[in-house]
Structure formats: C-alpha cells, structure tokens
Unconditional design. Sequence first.
Length: 184
Amino acid sequence: MNNVSLAIKTDLGVLRPHMKRYFSTQSLSFVLIIGFSVLLQAPAQIKPSHLPNLKLTPGGTVKVKKDDLCGSWYETADGSISISVKRKVFDLYGIRTEQSAPLNIDHLIPVGLGGSNSIENLWPQPLSGEWNYSQKNRLERRLRKLVCKGELDLEKAQQEISSDWVSAYKKYMAKPAGDPSKRD
C-alpha cells in the first residue's frame, strides 16, 4: 500500500463516524423534501365512498316532464358513458383505477329520473360494500315508480337521491311489516 492510499484510508477512518451522521441527516432531509414535493404535485388518491363528493358531483338533469319520463320508451333511454368520460371522472376524483376498489362510474341522478350524462352527474360508485350500486339501483327503480304513480314529485326525487342517496334509501326502501306498498 502506498503512502497516499494509507493517508486516505486513515483519514476516512477518522471521518467515518462524522460522515455517517452527516449523510444520515442530509439523506433523511433530502428524502423528506422530495417526498413532500411529490405529494403536493400529485393528486391525492381519494378513498372511494358510498356517497359522491357533492362539490365534484352536484348532479345534473335534463329537461323532462313526468309524462315523458314515465313513457315506456324512456325506460330504455341511453345512459351509457364513454370510456374517455369515465377516465375524466376517475381523474377528477384522483382515483387511479389500477389501485382502487371495484368501482363503476354511475349517474348520481339516474337517467330514469331525468339525470344527465354530464360529468357533473357522474361519480365513482363502489360495486361492493354495505352501500353499493345494487342498493342504489333498487332505490332508483322505487323512486321512478313513485314518481310515475304521482306519489312523489320528480324534482323532490331528484333532490333526495342527489343530496344523500343512502338516507333516501332508508326513507323509501324501509319495509314495515305488512306494508306491501314499500316493495320495489
């Protein structure tokens, strides 16, 4: 070993404890700064909820009369949503589909109650869990029947399902014993 390499090895031996502490603190600071800057720049992954974010999805309707809505042709009204619009909704909610629970982009106010296909009326609805698309679809059918029978005002049905569909479900789908009118 020559004198230069011996001197470097000796100097590093003396500096090693100080370098370890210096690089540990500096490395941690660097990682924290990078981590926070990435968090601030990237949209947050929002946990899917059984209720939409009403700031992102306030609901949207088309102008329709009860008589038109209750016609047999309206039952097959087109509520299909393109893939590109579905992607926009996922982006709006900050959801990366490859890392989320099973979701479906759905109408907050259903087409069967005069809901529009606008992005303001679309949200990522859970396919499973306690409050999922199956319960909401049952509520949608029930409200439509009540509207068409004249037992519920269309605007009231739209308002109730768009403000809190779970509360509307509890209100309209509860089946008191012996009350056949509460069946969908």
